[in-house]
Every structure is written in structure tokens, then in C-alpha cells.
Design a protein around this ligand. Structure first.
Ligand SMILES: Cc1cc2nc3c(=O)[nH]c(=O)nc-3n(C[C@H](O)[C@H](O)[C@H](O)COP(=O)(O)O)c2cc1C
Length: 171
């Protein structure tokens, strides 16, 4: 039986070009809900997600993401913040929520990418996050402009996986 979760993990790629089609609100809602359902250390849920759909705001957002200007052309974007005081746990929990959202989107045929992790300093204030939050990522969402048929570039199995002890061949 096909495992849809594995298939999403196997095929998902970073997409940076989107076509004009809007993403339906119920699809966007599911993507954010998937983030909200994510587990976190001590169930702390340190995240906050801001959904941006307004074109002018998307343009502004794109201008504030040094390595993600293409957010300006996305159908929507999610700004992902976390409570600064939660430190590395907050980053870990929120990264997990980001991956849940990206995979859920991919399962809907909606492409995305993680942008940020630095180079997004102006986003927090512009989009109204309190000072107690840091913005970890900006996730542009949309339908891919081109057919996504890329091949993943990943290290070979035995470089990143071992059996029983580090360095012992996996298979
Ligand atoms: C923590 C993190 C930060 C990233 N930051 C950016 C970014 O700022 N801009 C961007 O275009 N891609 C960014 N990416 C996407 C990666 O470059 C991309 O996932 C990687 O090159 C592998 O490509 P693939 O996802 O298509 O397999 C980021 C990915 C991660 C996980």
C-alpha cells in the first residue's frame, strides 16, 4: 500500500517560482492547522503563524527576505515566529511545525520552501509580532510555475545512515 507521507518526504522539493493561481482558503487553512497540530517539547507550542494573502503585503514581505524575494510572487505566505525565550527548544519545535506545513502543502499539490533563518530582520516589526517573538522563517506557497520533476540531491545512504554503530554499513 502506498504511504502518502513517505511519498511526500521522497518527492518534496524547494520551489521558488509560482504561477498565478490562487490557493484556496480551505487548503491554506489545512496547511496552518497542520502546523498547529505539530507536537512540541512539553507541549509548549511556542509558535505563531501569520498568513499573508494581500499582494501588496506579499511584495513587502518579499522585499524583507534577503534570500526569498520570490515570496512577492507567491499566492500566499506564512510568517513563522516563535517565542524567543524558548531558545533552542523553540527553534526545534517550530522547525518541526514548518516541516509539517511544507509536507501538508505538498500533499495538496501546493509548493513552498523555507526562506529565512537569517536575513529577515525587518519582518518581525513590519508584521506586528511583539518583541518577545523572533521570526524563524517565511514560507511562500503557490502552485509551481513549471512541472516539478527535479531529482533530489542527497548524500548516499552509507554516508548518513549506519546500522547498530556509527560507520557500520546500513545494508
Ligand atoms: C533551514 C533552511 C533554510 C533555508 N533557507 C532558504 C532561503 O533563505 N532561501 C531559499 O531560496 N531556500 C532556502 N532553503 C531551501 C534549501 O536551499 C533547499 O531545501 C535545499 O537546497 C535542498 O533542495 P530541495 O529542498 O529542493 O531538495 C532553506 C532550507 C532550510 C531547511
Amino acid at each position: 500500500m502506498a504511504n502518502g507521507v513517505f511519498e511526500a518526504a521522497r518527492t518534496i522539493l524547494a520551489v521558488r517560482e509560482f504561477d498565478e493561481r490562487p490557493v484556496a482558503n480551505d487548503v491554506l487553512r489545512r496547511i496552518l492547522e497542520a502546523g498547529r497540530y505539530t507536537a512540541s517539547g512539553r507541549n509548549g507550542q511556542p509558535w505563531h503563524f501569520v498568513l499573508v494573502r494581500d499582494r501588496e503585503r506579499l511584495r513587502k514581505l518579499g522585499s524583507l527576505v534577503r534570500t526569498g524575494g520570490y515570496t512577492a510572487n507567491a499566492a500566499a505566505a506564512v510568517i513563522v515566529g516563535y517565542e524567543k525565550a524558548t531558545g533552542q527548544y523553540g527553534i526545534s519545535d517550530t522547525s518541526r511545525a514548518i516541516q509539517t506545513m511544507l509536507l501538508t502543502a505538498w500533499g495538496e499539490g501546493v509548493a513552498s520552501n523555507w526562506t529565512g533563518f537569517g536575513g529577515i530582520e525587518g519582518v518581525r516589526e513590519e508584521f506586528g509580532f511583539p518583541e518577545t517573538y523572533d521570526v524563524l522563517a517565511v514560507l511562500p506557497f503557490g502552485y509551481p510555475r513549471r512541472k516539478v520533476a527535479g531529482k533530489k540531491k542527497r548524500k548516499p545512504v552509507n554516508e548518513v545512515m549506519s546500522a547498530e554503530r556509527f560507520g557500520e554499513p546500513f545494508s
